[in-house]
Design a protein around this ligand. Structure first.
Ligand SMILES: C[S@@+](CC[C@H](N)C(=O)[O-])C[C@H]1O[C@@H](n2cnc3c(N)ncnc32)[C@H](O)[C@@H]1O
Length: 209
């Protein structure tokens, strides 16, 4: 945490310079002369299993992980060090603060895997997925960019489907039930998925129109 996090952390102050940038290359200055061909964002990476997996699978991609949970950040740092991953930056705060400051149309893929379900009706307003949040996300996603969601909470699954169906900027790619019952081909089970499966997971894949 003392050695690696300061090198990888995206600070709140740094955020304020971003809105005028045209791509996210500036976030990975060590690669400015090379060719990061795409940029991914994972919101709420938990212990970082999936983020580290994607970083290793896509060395040509710059990844930003958002997670305020300090133990999870520590777990991700261990993976980054052990696997010598050089394409991850960490925003250790609420992802919504980051999204507000990102340039338009800068992301190729966004992952939101097992967001906190807040199952009680009086807590639904705390759910990350909302119309306002989807609009903010749509602004920073490129045309044709992917939004990969997962949840094992049937109520939150219905909530996601309802909010995304009503949103003009996203379309669901599913053609048949296996498309939401089976994980995508480059999937690795997250810690939440392994530990807490309360119900059957759904994997929802959307495209930014
Ligand atoms: C149920 S856990 C799932 C973690 C991980 N995706 C997994 O599947 O193992 C939800 C995570 O989202 C994080 N989280 C909740 N709200 C967030 C927000 N606004 N921005 C970033 N992360 C958030 C929480 O700290 C928590 O680690």
């Amino acid at each position: 945490m003392d050695g690696l996090l300061p090198q990888l952390e995206i600070g709140i102050e740094e955020l304020k310079k971003w809105r005028n940038e045209e791509s996210l290359h500036f976030l990975f200055p060590q690669f400015l002369n090379s060719s990061f061909s795409q940029f991914f964002l994972e919101i709420g990476f938990g212990g970082g299993e999936h983020l580290a997996h994607q970083a290793a699978l896509h060395p040509d991609t710059g990844l930003i992980g958002c997670e305020p949970y300090i133990n999870g950040i520590g777990d991700l740092l261990k993976k980054i060090e052990a696997q010598s991953l050089a394409n991850i930056r960490i925003f250790p705060h609420d992802a919504r603060l980051l999204i507000e400051q990102l340039p338009d149309a800068c992301l190729d893929k966004v992952f939101i895997l097992y967001p906190d379900p807040w199952p009680k009706a009086r807590h639904h307003k705390r759910r990350l997925i909302s119309t306002a949040f989807l609009s903010a996300l749509a602004r920073v996603m490129k045309q044709g960019a992917a939004l990969q969601l997962a949840t094992d909470d049937a109520g939150y699954c219905a909530w996601m489907l309802e909010h995304l169906l009503a949103h003009p900027d996203f379309t669901w790619t599913a053609q048949q039930s296996t498309d939401w019952l089976n994980p995508p081909p480059d999937w690795i089970p997250t810690r939440y998925e392994q530990k807490a499966l309360a119900g059957r997971p759904s994997y929802l894949h959307y495209i930014r129109l």
